[in-house]
Design a protein around this ligand. Sequence first.
Ligand SMILES: [Zn+2]
Length: 118
Amino acid sequence: MADMLGTDRTWRTYDWRDALSIEQGFAEVSFWVEPRQVMCPIDGTVSVRSYYQRLSGGKSARYRWCPSCGHYSGQTVSVPPPPDFAEPVAVDIDTRLPDLLDGLEKAWCAGLLPQAFM
Ligand SMILES: [Zn+2]
């Protein structure tokens, strides 16, 4: 049974141009200073959300997703200072990406996200 958050959503990747546009949006004001959403280049809504997952070696997995149109991007990035951030959502590295994105969206709607940066 699908819930109101739309767990039947089909996730699709942003192409590189759209992903670049999103990164430019997040770069305007440091996401670390002001966690927020930016405009989705696909549907024009200000609803692209983010989540960082700490990996080993100073790297993080960075997820961007738009619940409105179901597009996402996921990349491994080096996290610039300040590197310390809360991880309120336990992400199992083996989780299937659609389930992971559904889980992040539920956490966002429940007020657990965006995560805090210190
Ligand atoms: Zn969108």
